[in-house]
Design a protein around this ligand. Structure first.
Ligand code: DGY
Length: 327
């Protein structure tokens, strides 16, 4: 008998085609409207496998109903939406998609940094709105990226890919991790030093209790008033209320944000500000990479189904597996 697999979002047809022969698939293929927690719990009560996304809140109240669930195959590298302790206690394996999205996400960090530094969305809006009356010396004057100092908070695979790109722009690159380390691409400094010296601060850490509000009002106060903050990590790593205040008062120059504390809802104030570039959690969203993420999740589902080793297992609390959740 086929095992039941719940897929919570639309996936590419070629990805779905790999799953349909192996599972009885229940999916949300016709809509991107997420299941409510109640719907998710009801579906999970009848599921053996789950193909989840970062936007599915898999807490104990939802997972509690999932008595036959064997594997959560997350179609993302981040797993902060999953109650890993519950999974460990109930013998549910978890996998994610490290590696396949690093370069695309690093490209996007640069796109956001450039859009923010050179005020591309703001100036494009002005052109569309018919406000462009002619050329002027100081029109939408931005800040230079080349030759500037880049500070990377979180030098994992994606941070390193961002740092590699910075070489071509002649930037000085600083980084900070919780544990000091060496890098051929950048110089390790303390967090306060990085905040005080960087012209661009990029946040690339996973969201954990330790990184909650890693950037709050005190941290923004340490940045240069000419600096830009870029967040491609997770909402919650930056205190959005503090950031709105810092942008509104000119405490920092600008921000480029792909993730938000309560996404898809935005903290009040962001939409009124011109010095913030807002994108809808799309850093890994090239077609090739999103398909690669889906395929890696599927590789894990098929491996589990066949009794083979999982390709990219997540270390659960109490397990001895090497932790594979960093970005
Ligand atoms: C991830 O892989 O964690 C990304 O945030 C998904 O978009």
């Amino acid at each position: 008998m086929l095992q039941r697999l719940l897929i919570t979002r639309r996936i590419y047809p070629e990805a779905l085609a790999r799953l349909e022969p192996a599972f009885e698939v229940v999916h949300n293929q016709d809509t991107d409207i997420p299941f409510t927690p109640e719907q998710l719990a009801a579906h999970l009560a009848r599921s053996d496998y789950l193909f989840s996304t970062v936007a599915d809140r898999l807490d104990a109240s939802v997972l509690g109903a999932a008595s036959s669930l064997r594997l959560v195959a997350q179609g993302a590298v981040g797993i902060n939406n999953i109650d890993l302790a519950h999974c460990a206690a109930h013998g549910i394996a978890v996998t994610n998609t490290p590696g396949v999205l690093d370069e695309t996400t690093a490209d996007f960090a640069w796109a956001l940094m450039m859009a923010t530094a050179r005020r591309i969305p703001e100036s494009e809006r002005a052109v569309r709105d018919g406000q462009w009356k002619g050329w002027a010396f100081d029109q939408f004057a931005g800040v230079d990226i080349h030759g500037a100092t880049l500070g990377i908070l979180g030098m994992g695979r994606i941070g390193s890919a961002i740092a590699r790109r910075a070489q071509g722009f002649g930037m000085e690159v600083l980084f900070h991790n919780r544990t000091p380390s060496d890098s051929a691409l950048a110089r390790y400094v303390g967090k306060a030093d990085l905040l005080a010296r960087a012209d661009f601060v990029i946040v690339v850490v996973p969201y954990t209790p330790q990184t909650h509000h890693l950037i709050r009002a005190e941290d923004l106060a340490q940045m240069k008033s000419s600096a830009c903050l870029i967040n491609i990590a997770r909402g919650g790593v930056v205190d959005d209320a503090a950031l709105v205040a810092a942008l509104a008062s000119g405490r920092i120059r600008a921000a480029g944000l792909d993730v938000f504390e309560h996404e898809p809802a935005l903290h009040p104030g962001f939409l009124e500000l011109q010095n913030v570039v807002l994108t809808p959690h799309i850093a890994s969203s090239s077609r090739a990479t999103r398909l690669a993420m889906q395929n890696l999740a599927i590789d894990n589902l098929l491996a589990h189904r066949a009794g083979a080793p999982l390709k990219t297992p997540v270390a659960l609390p109490g397990s001895t597996l090497e932790h594979k959740t960093s970005v």
